[in-house]
Design a protein around this ligand. Structure first.
Ligand code: NAD
Length: 361
């Protein structure tokens, strides 16, 4: 196959430690598959502010536009907390999402069988959980107009945000939902609040219409309050969920606890010409620089990159299987280690997964 160009933006804190491990895994998988990967790095976040004065280094956006996919670490940290709002490290990530029109955020939550006891929920509840939350990322309440605060002479005030969606915006995220469900167990739950919100009524109408193009995927509509309960009572009932921005923000964080640790959660932001893949966690200033961060979230993000941007399904499976094997063998980083067991560091966990990928090639 032709060479795939991958833009690598490690960012700050543990982003700089876990991203190189994901790159090493991709190199190993590429070698095994005869696929050529080219990696080019750029600065983002605090690292970009320190070196260039802005949170997305000059040339970084162009590099991302020219790439087949983007591997992202994490941005931010105490050092840049006092920086003016418009120049903060996270503006680099928000600018990328906006410029690249990444309207679909994919957050899988899978409870690995050997990590069942790392979840705060009971074994009987979480065992077998394997779901994907798809959140619309560029519309709805967080962006709708009008928005603002009105101050009254009597000292009172009134604030407004607007939840708005066009049928076009709903249609494209619904398609993402059905396409992703097709790559999984072919069940899609569309989450809304159609018993109260007119926006949700349009959402339901459009999703139902799009469903006609996907007769092989079973669609159900779920009210968001019911969904929030079901996620912690019977998470195994779900396969793929699709929902609007605010509901998705909340539900994807709720689903995250099913997987046990922040260090295990990958994500993808897709929709535009080039997808961005990043661990869900942040820069973890409390452990940054110590070589103890769990690189699995970054490595599983690389697996999503293979699947969703490069169409390399088998290679994605290979990475996910390698992670599973290494966990089965009992290796754990500190965040998921049982008390009294010696944990492995970031680099060692990367080595173990690379070796498993090579063994499967
Ligand atoms: P965080 O995800 O960085 O850390 C939360 C907790 O989880 C910490 O105790 C941390 O040590 C642990 N943790 C996270 N990832 C881990 C890993 N891979 N291995 C082991 N332990 C891990 O969240 P936070 O502390 O709220 O935020 C820290 C900084 O990161 C802030 O500046 C925040 O703005 C930023 N942040 C960035 C992103 C992003 O770039 N997308 C996302 C979230 C937070």
């Amino acid at each position: 196959m032709a060479t795939c160009r991958i833009a690598v933006l490690p960012g700050d804190g543990i982003g700089q430690e876990v991203t190189p491990e994901a790159v090493r895994v991709l190199r190993a998988v590429g070698k095994g598959a005869g696929a050529g990967f080219e990696f080019e790095e750029a600065l983002v976040g605090g690292a970009a502010i320190d070196a260039t004065g802005v949170p997305l280094a000059p040339g970084a956006l162009e590099l991302c536009r020219q790439a087949h996919a983007i591997l992202f670490g994490a941005v931010g940290g105490p050092k840049w907390e006092g920086v003016a709002h418009e120049a903060r490290p996270e503006r680099g990530l928000l600018a990328l999402r906006k410029e690249l029109d990444l309207y679909a955020n994919l957050r899988p939550a899978r409870c690995f069988p050997m990590l069942v006891d790392a979840s705060p929920l009971k074994r009987a509840v979480v065992e077998g959980t394997d779901l994907m939350v798809i959140r619309e990322l560029t519309g709805g309440l967080y962006f709708g107009e009008p928005r603002g605060v009105e101050r009254f002479a009597d000292g009172g005030a009134r604030a407004v945000n607007t939840m708005a969606y066009t049928s076009r915006e709903i249609e494209r995220i619904a398609r993402t939902g059905f396409e992703v469900a097709r790559k999984r167990r072919r069940r899609l739950a569309s989450v809304d609040k159609a018993n109260v919100l007119v926006v949700s009524q349009l959402w339901r109408e459009v999703v139902t219409r799009v469903a006609k193009e996907y007769p092989d995927v079973a669609l159900e509509h779920v009210l968001v309050d019911n969904c929030a309960m079901a996620l912690v009572q019977r998470p195994t009932q779900f396969d793929t969920l699709v929902t609007e921005n605010t509901f998705g923000d909340i539900l994807s964080d709720e689903a995250a606890i099913l997987a046990g640790s922040m260090g295990m959660l990958p994500s993808a932001s897709i929709g535009g010409a080039v997808g961005l893949y990043e661990p869900v966690h942040g820069t973890a200033p409390d452990i940054a620089g110590k070589g103890v961060a769990n690189p699995i979230a970054a490595i599983l993000s690389a697996a999503m990159l293979l699947r969703y941007s490069l169409g390399l399904e088998r290679e994605a499976d290979r990475v996910e299987r390698a992670v599973e094997r290494v966990l089965e063998q009992g290796h754990r980083t500190a965040d998921i280690a049982a008390p009294g067991r010696r944990p492995v560091g970031t680099r060692e966990m990367g080595d173990l997964i690379v070796r498993e990928v090579e063994a499967q090639s």
